[in-house]
Design a protein around this ligand. Sequence first.
Ligand code: NDP
Length: 321
Amino acid sequence: MAETEKVKCLIIGSGPAGYTAAIYASRANLHPVLYQGIQPGGQLTITTDVENYPGYPDGIMGPQMMLDFEKQASRMGADIRWGMATKVDLSAKPYKVEIDEEKWIEADALIIATGASAKWLNIESEQRLNGHGVSACAVCDGFFFKGQEVAIVGAGDTAAEEALYLSNLCSTVHMIVRRDEMRASKIMQERVMNTKNIKVYWNSETKEVIGDKKVEAVTITNNQTNEETTIPIGAFFVAIGHKPNSDLFKGVLDMDDAGYIKTTPGTSKTNIEGVFACGDVQDKIYRQAVTAAGSGCMAALDAERYIGELEHAQQAQAANH
Ligand code: NDP
């Protein structure tokens, strides 16, 4: 039979939301166990400078910030473990979460902080060449294409930030934008437009990434004129947004159409009592490190209150016997 362990408070996910929940839950004596998931540190580990997180007046690199969060959670006593939640059973208390398909954790309270993941275009050539020059993380993989021409698709803040990052490494960055304007903030757009080696292709969509074993070019189509252009490149970066990592809870927790877990406004409570959600898995609007951290704090406080009430009820029941 698979191994089972019982904890008071289980946290899954290790971005700003998960680690902040761990800090607060530790300080509240809930002895939280946190499983880091497939990408310890979450999305901030694939970004560069974070300039908008209060408390870092000179900015901080995303991966370093997540190491700081982890260190702080550990120092407070959180039990931080490598591992991935692979199944859940929330049909009865205590709630059960399977880790790495091999062991089960039973928890009185569950905090879901599984974040969001990069979206893909879902064209055959993009999938086939993934890891061979196709990437959703310029900061992770840009270095391998130093001095080469590369392309990036997307027009939000992520695409703008990554295009700027790549412009410092690569000879030319071809930025493929599907409309005649960008979604990115004004300041980021200005930076992109003022960078000489970023070339923007407006109203353009990716038809195919060309290459047999590695990326060699990309063919784009102008959606106004239908004109096709093939651009020789060494790498193709995709930066078109994110999808919440909530698949594990489909059919169990209430979600919106895009898969974001629904919480009661002003709280981290899901439709199952004792199950809380925080960070990007439940936030499609703000999606900032600081808002994720704030919601992680809320989840831990909600869990603390819930566990307190649960223990009180259990003690009262025991006294009646
Ligand atoms: P966004 O959802 O903001 O932008 C996604 C972009 O990808 C849009 O321009 C969209 O085009 C484009 N896109 C989506 N699907 C396709 C497709 N199939 N083909 C081509 N293009 C496509 O995501 P981001 O990841 O950029 O940003 C997410 C949030 O994080 C935002 O709120 C952003 O402000 C924030 N952020 C902040 C940063 C900072 O402050 N330093 C850095 C990075 C992100 P269209 O516009 O036509 O819909």
